[in-house]
Design a protein around this ligand. Structure first.
Ligand SMILES: Nc1ncnc2c1ncn2[C@@H]1O[C@H](COP(=O)(O)OP(=O)(O)O)[C@@H](O)[C@H]1O
Ligand SMILES: [Mg+2]
Length: 376
């Protein structure tokens, strides 16, 4: 019996829970040539959703380009990722082999090579910048200009997704943001900017002093609605030949607070553990194995932060939600106001903590929170 639950990026043909309105709206913005910012914590399904959106646009004969900016290290890296995404997207739209190298001439700064994989016989695509010695900022400017001219000349529509866009900030070259903005605003294309580190991403678009200020429609992705989660789990179990009671499905959704990645991860484990029918007892056991498994990632997170930051993270986890600067919070966790303020800035920029509607601060990831509570 094949487990129907998945925890990698979902391909457009894989089962997808809800997101009906988001899919419709994003597709429509793409079709209309609008720019959109799609933001949510990590593993909420942003990438999977945009892949679906682009799949639909592609079916409407719109050319789609997808570039991943996660952990960018330099301007050169950015240029390379953009170039590769462009050539791949265009090639997919209009094969270089079938139609000749017609549009490649629009991109003289990009050198394209195809190699045939001897094992599969499939061509794989690689790109290089034609002049490697050139200043990477010049290379970026050139490529953005080439894209602009290309979009002017060609009459097909293009939708460009830039995933984990806020990571452009990490390359610490302040001119990048202004340069991208200057070109993007003139490009005849729809851009989707996706990002997980919300504080950093939103600052790019909502801070008056920055180039991208108010240049796109803001769209937030929420957790999945409860009833749809339950329906999704029950359906997937049934289609794969097992049964999940509504009660157990409710329990899965509740345990992970409808967080998309964990919903799948927990359901995956429950499916593995149960016999023919999944019960709440199976869910409880599955949750333990989930925590056990996620532990490695969480340990990596806490190894990457300072003692002061960890102290604050733990204190927030213990409280659930906390008013960080209140005297009672500081005293009961032995924290200083200055220490909390700098740790809060870092932790929220990493999207580990967030300000809740109540005005208090909480841990973004509910399973990480549970682990922190248990581990300390
Ligand atoms: N609509 C959905 N239905 C079911 N599972 C989902 C959905 N959206 C996301 N997921 C789950 O979350 C995981 C993370 O999705 P991903 O697109 O990589 O998120 P993000 O880009 O926000 O980090 C997916 O592998 C999948 O297991
Ligand atoms: Mg993603």
């Amino acid at each position: 019996m094949r487990n129907p639950f998945h925890t990698d990026i979902l391909e457009p043909d894989q089962p997808f829970c809800n997101r009906v309105d988001e899919l419709r709206d994003l597709t429509s913005h793409g079709r209309n040539g609008m720019n959109v910012v799609l933001f949510a914590p990590r593993r909420y399904g942003k990438t999977s959703l945009v892949k679906r959106v682009q799949h639909r646009l592609r079916a409407e004969n719109i050319c789609v380009i997808y570039a991943q900016f996660m952990r960018l290290v330099s301007v050169e890296d950015l240029v390379h990722r953009l170039a590769k995404a462009l050539i791949s997207g265009l090639h997919e739209y209009e094969s270089i082999f079938e139609k000749g190298k017609r549009w490649l001439s629009h991109f003289p700064s990009i050198q394209t090579t195809f190699t045939i994989d001897p094992a599969t016989g499939m061509p794989s695509l690689d790109v290089q910048m034609t002049k490697r010695q050139v200043d990477p900022m010049v290379a970026l400017e050139t490529i953005m200009e080439e894209v602009g001219r290309f979009l002017e000349k060609e009459d097909f529509q293009v939708c460009i997704a830039l995933d984990e866009f806020q990571d452009i900030v990490d390359i610490k070259e302040p001119r990048v943001e202004a340069l991208l903005r200057e070109h993007i605003q003139r490009h005849k294309a729809s851009y989707i900017f996706l990002g997980s580190r919300r504080r950093v991403l939103l600052d790019i678009f909502n801070n008056r002093g920055r180039p991208f200020y108010q240049s796109a429609i803001m769209m937030e992705l929420d957790t999945l609605p409860k009833n749809e989660c339950v329906e999704f789990i029950v359906d997937q179990f049934a289609q794969a030949g097992k049964e999940c009671s509504a009660e157990a499905a409710v329990e899965i959704a509740r345990k992970v607070e409808q967080y998309p990645y964990y919903l799948q991860a927990l359901a995956y484990r429950a499916f593995e553990l149960c016999d023919k029918e999944c019960t709440t007892a199976d869910v409880a056991r599955a949750y333990e194995t989930l925590l056990e498994n996620e532990r490695y990632g969480y340990q990596g997170i806490i190894q990457g932060i300072s003692t002061g930051q960890l102290k604050l993270l733990r204190a927030i986890a213990v409280e659930g939600e906390a008013p960080l600067t209140s005297n009672s919070f500081l005293q009961s966790h032995n924290l200083t106001l200055g220490g909390v303020q700098s740790a809060r800035k870092f932790l929220s920029e990493q999207d580990l903590i967030e300000k809740k509607e109540s005005g208090h601060w909480g841990i973004v990831d509910p399973v990480f929170r549970a682990w922190l509570q248990q581990a300390f």
